[in-house]
Each structure stands twice: as C-alpha cells, then as structure tokens.
Design a protein around this ligand. Structure first.
Ligand SMILES: Nc1ncnc2c1ncn2[C@@H]1O[C@H](COP(=O)(O)OP(=O)(O)OP(=O)(O)O)[C@@H](O)[C@H]1O
Length: 132
C-alpha cells in the first residue's frame, strides 16, 4: 500500500535524523581516535568531576563546570574540523593555512586560559577550607 505524504515525511525525517546522528558520532570517534589534546581534556575533565564529587560542590557550580568542559571539548572538535579543511585545501606550506590553523588553535588557548581562572575561582574556597 503506498504511503501518504505525511507518513513519508515522518519516515524520511526519522531516517535522516538517524543518519545525521551516525555521521556526528563517527566524527566524534574520529576526533577521539586522532586528537591527543582531546584525550588530555577528557582526562582533566574526569579528574575535575571526581574532585567536584569529593568536594560536594553546589548545583550552580556543577552547571558552570559542565559549560566549561563542554566548551573546551566543542572548541577542540571544531579545531579538528578546521585543521582537516585546511589540509584538504593545501598540504603545501601556505601563510593563510598557517593563519587559519593558528587562529583556530588560539580559540582553544583562550578558552583553556579562561577555564583555569574559573577553576581557581570555583575550587579555591573548598580547597582553602580543607588546608586551613
Ligand atoms: N599547510 C600549512 N601551511 C603553513 N603552516 C602550517 C600548515 N599546516 C600546519 N601549519 C603550521 O603548523 C602548526 C601545526 O599544524 P598541524 O596541522 O600539525 O596541527 P597539530 O599540531 O596537529 O594540531 P593539534 O595538535 O591541535 O592537532 C599550525 O598551527 C601551523 O602553524
């Protein structure tokens, strides 16, 4: 029996959503397989989350932590995408390729710097209370 357009749209939406998810997942797996930095970020994130559980930080502080961790991971993922696009355009040395890669890397650097400041502000009262 032929499908009506509503049914077709529903099925098409579902399959395209599933496909998009599969592509995004394989992108994430690629980054995890190939990028040393993201493995380091995951390691730091697990350590910080374990510390947060131990220190019983507040709900708002958990929210801030997740935003910061998510921000770093997303920037590393986008950085990898930019690096690959640049390599696709040229594998030769090119000043614009250098600028594109260096500027993309600087986003990660800026966010990492801000994260350290947030980390100090967030954890120092707890750690100070322990050591004093
Ligand atoms: N085609 C190019 N032309 C000019 N400079 C380049 C080119 N490719 C890379 N570079 C320079 O080398 C640096 C490192 O580039 P590379 O692609 O190796 O990234 P990476 O060190 O692997 O980064 P990550 O560790 O984040 O994956 C860039 O930031 C840029 O300064």
């Amino acid at each position: 029996m032929p499908m009506d357009s509503k049914e077709r749209n529903k099925k098409g939406y579902r399959s395209s959503f599933a496909k998009s998810f599969t592509y995004a997942w394989s992108g994430l797996m690629f980054v995890l397989r190939t990028e040393r930095n993201i493995k380091i970020h995951f390691g730091i994130a697990f350590f910080v989350m374990a510390l947060s559980l131990y220190l019983h930080i507040s709900k708002v502080e958990w929210l801030i932590l997740f935003i910061v961790i998510g921000g770093i991971l997303v920037i590393e993922i986008l950085n990898t995408a930019i690096e690959n696009v640049v390599d696709l355009v040229t594998e030769e040395y090119h000043p614009l390729a250098k600028i594109a890669k260096d500027v993309a890397a600087s986003a990660a650097l800026v966010f990492a710097f801000i994260s350290v400041i947030i980390g100090i502000l967030l954890f120092s009262p707890y750690l100070w209370a322990i050591i004093k």
